[in-house]
Design a protein. Structure first.
Length: 364
């Protein structure tokens, strides 16, 4: 404590300097804990259906950081925080759950206390509580990219020929509290997108129309890529905002209809059940492919939709009456690398059956 008397200019300067030092110390203490987002929108929920916001933080200092208390200031919130100290450069999470007992927009500041000093760091939670009579949008839009809900995260264009244009829709719902402007990143040359509407208000639904231009597809058979839904301007691509795209371009074999000797493709089954995976790393099974026609059967393309599926067979050309076994395996290590269902695509030169799909089933 300083005693200041009027006219004592030196003492005034000293006090001002010390106050500046103290302010700097508080700022340094506050910087020890750094939140990725100090404001988290937990999105929309229904009355009496609790919703949780997660605040991730990093220890920016050299000494261990301990969260000593989280003061929500309301019995409607239940905070949870790590009980152990976070080491230098480490990270932790504070989870705050709102009981959703009041309808409407929820917005509250929460004080976080640490061993870095007595001054709290303030975070903010937001949410929207709708009437229980309103249908939960997550029932209609089961896939989420943060606060944007989607009816699908896997779009397939099947049975298209060169020159055709095909369309598909992704329905979206703004489950956040801010206006959302949808945008797709990494669109390939053969797909264009239209957004309806171009801006989506809170609690509103819209759609993204995708158009496939088959003349720009790079190859016959299965073409796969990933596009990414931007959550905000400057967003980055990653598995958490990925949408899988696949397109099957079929050959035009109308010219072969007049051939006197034509192949006829047959398959023993279009469903292959490999059994239970359990602790096994790999499962395998076979289906039989045969040519019951009078011309040579060519298996032009054999492709797996999912990266966990591999296919092996001894030959890709079958003489009339000839058969071959196709071995299909699933590798557990790669199951999470693709959103596509486990299937195998077969493209042939049979003018009546240019395409066949084998569904692969197994239990995890």
């Amino acid at each position: 404590m300083f005693l200041i008397t009027q006219g004592n200019n030196m003492m005034k300067k000293y006090v001002i300097t010390c106050v500046a030092c103290l302010t700097g110390m508080l700022n340094v203490q506050a910087q020890k804990i750094a939140f990725e987002k100090s404001t988290v929108d937990a999105g929309a929920t229904l009355w009496k259906r609790p919703v949780t916001a997660t605040f991730r933080f990093t220890n920016k200092e050299k000494t261990p950081l301990r969260v000593t208390d989280v003061d929500a200031g309301c019995g409607c919130l239940k905070p949870e925080w790590p009980q152990k100290a976070v080491q230098k450069g480490g990270w932790g999470e504070i989870r705050v759950t709102y009981d959703a007992m009041l309808l409407g927009h929820f917005d509250r500041y929460i004080d976080v206390y640490t061993n870095a000093g007595s001054k709290p760091v303030r975070i903010r939670m937001q949410a929207m509580v709708n009437s229980s009579e309103t249908q939960d949008p997550r029932e209609l839009f089961p896939y989420s990219i943060d606060n944007i809900l989607l009816n699908t995260n896997n779009v397939e264009f099947s049975d298209v020929h060169t020159g055709d244009s095909a369309t598909a829709e992704i329905e979206i719902f703004n489950n956040g509290t801010d206006v959302y402007t949808p945008a797709l990143m990494h669109l390939p040359p053969y797909i264009t997108a239209a957004y309806k509407p171009e801006m989506l208000a809170r609690g509103k639904r819209g759609k993204i129309e995708l158009t496939l231009h088959s003349d720009k597809l790079p190859d016959l058979g299965l073409n796969q890529t990933s596009i990414y839904l931007a959550r905000y301007i400057g967003d980055k691509v990653g598995t958490n905002n990925e949408i899988a795209i696949s397109a099957v371009l079929l050959p035009d074999l109308q010219y072969a209809e007049g051939f006197s000797k034509k192949p006829a493709f047959n398959i023993s089954s279009t469903e292959l059940n490999l059994g239970r995976l359990g602790t096994k790393k790999k499962l395998s099974g076979t289906v039989e492919l045969s040519n019951t026609g009078s011309g040579v059967l060519k298996l032009n393309k054999i492709q797996a939709f999912n990266q966990a599926i591999t296919v092996a067979l001894k030959k890709t050309e079958l003489q009339p009456g000839e058969k071959v076994k196709m071995k299909v395996s699933v590798d557990a290590r790669f199951l999470n690398l693709s959103k596509a269902q486990p299937r195998v695509l077969i493209i042939t030169n049979d003018p009546k059956k240019t395409k066949e799909v084998v569904n692969i089933k197994f239990e995890k």
